[in-house]
Design a protein around this ligand. Structure first.
Ligand code: HEM
Length: 161
């Protein structure tokens, strides 16, 4: 039943065209990488600030700017990633690496949403600028770094296994 649905996805006309296209597939792949770079390029400095680096800059300066660029990057990575997935849906769905990657994306997004709520609840804008972040926030930032870097590694490995 699920396999049938995945085969129908692979057989969609625009998916078949993408799979066989000389230029479109690499372009969508480049879109995926651009999204990934915006996501990881935003998340890493944000997490490092929460972990205690650059304490002379207000934490909300990082949060306000980088959560927007990270969310835009995630959106682009998800859309382009879904298109790449569609071109070989049966194989990707059966791959443990792909399943692990998607599970980690879900974990990373949930963690980011929780961190955002905690930052809001704590009224972080009113914390003295150089103070250490509470342990819960630092743990969330460390988890975020590990999760997103693992997603990146699993994504790259997918091309080889
Ligand atoms: C739901 C979201 C996502 C989906 C459905 C998805 C799907 C895919 C697919 C199908 C590929 C092609 C693998 C291959 O070469 O055979 C890929 C590549 C890749 N993905 Fe994702 N991805 C998603 C999100 C992400 C995120 C958030 C990251 C990084 C944080 C990421 C990092 C990568 C990397 C580094 C590659 C290798 C690209 C290359 O070497 O050309 N992906 N992804």
């Amino acid at each position: 039943m699920i396999e049938q649905a995945l085969v129908s996805v692979e057989d969609l006309a625009f998916v078949a065209a993408l799979r066989n296209s000389t230029y479109m597939y690499p372009l969508v792949n480049a879109g995926h990488i651009f999204g990934v770079s915006m996501l990881v390029g935003g998340i890493v400095p944000l997490d490092l600030r929460l972990l205690g680096l650059w304490r002379h800059y207000p934490v909300m300066m990082f949060v306000d700017v980088l959560r927007v660029t990270s969310a835009m990057g995630l959106g682009l990575a998800v859309v382009c990633g879904a298109l790449l997935f569609a071109t070989a849906a049966v194989d990707y769905a059966g791959s443990l690496l792909f399943q692990g990657k998607i599970a980690l994306v879900v974990l990373g997004v949930s963690n980011a949403l929780i961190l955002g709520r905690v930052l809001k609840r704590l009224g972080i804008r009113s914390l003295p600028m150089k103070s250490r972040m509470p342990p819960f926030l630092r743990a969330g930032a460390a988890l975020s770094l590990v999760v997103w870097i693992s997603v990146l590694i699993l994504g790259r490995l997918l091309g080889y296994f």
